[in-house]
Design a protein around this ligand. Sequence first.
Ligand code: PEP
Length: 251
Amino acid sequence: MTNRLPLVAANWKMNGSRASVKELLDGFKQNLPGSDVEVLVCAPAIYIPLAADELAGSAIGLGAQTVSEYAAGAYTGEISVDMLKEYGCRYVIIGHSERRHVFGEANGTVANKFYFAQGNGLKAILCLGEQLQEREAGVTEQVLSEQLDAVIAKAGIAAFTDAVIAYEPVWAIGTGHTATPEQAQEAHSFIRLQIARHDDHIADGIRILYGGSVKADNAAELFSMADVDGGLIGGASLKVNDFLAICQAAR
Ligand code: PEP
């Protein structure tokens, strides 16, 4: 099996200020874990230039929380892949559940965004996850397959070579109801198997992060599962010590 480098990504969502961006990044930089964990911060778009300045010369990567599916032009309010790259972003979260369920991004839009970002030099962190009623109805695997298949159909399996997947059960995001390590492992291994149906090598190498109420005190157990390669962290990434403890747990 490939030795996958753990990745811990902060998703600050629509939180913060110039002052808190500086304070958080200062704290992260001072106590970063070693090179055996990759650490990434996905900042609100307007703070990306500030975060890029703060992170200059540091090992912490910079990412965005969404991106346009279009290259440039008359798309009021949108931010393009090239704009993000110009400010040093290397990653972008695609298809976060809040984009899907609050802003109505359907599987087709998510697939277009993944295809465009991944094809133009940003690494996509593709979020997949079922809602509570879907889990209770026993259709979790069907939902995950549909979300994943839409992207594979558009972008092709080769586009996953240096992409990342985040399994984020919607019922666990921001709720304090973390998936059990076993529930996370079951979903992660299912996702890896779906990819292996197309390409074993890509399935073996791709990092699958868990997201959904990861905290300093549950991270180690979640990250100890065979197919959990790190985390996508919302609330706990807004507290320096909590986020750093989660990064340590991924080592
Ligand atoms: C997220 O925003 O992707 C997330 C997992 O949030 P939280 O950690 O707050 O549940």
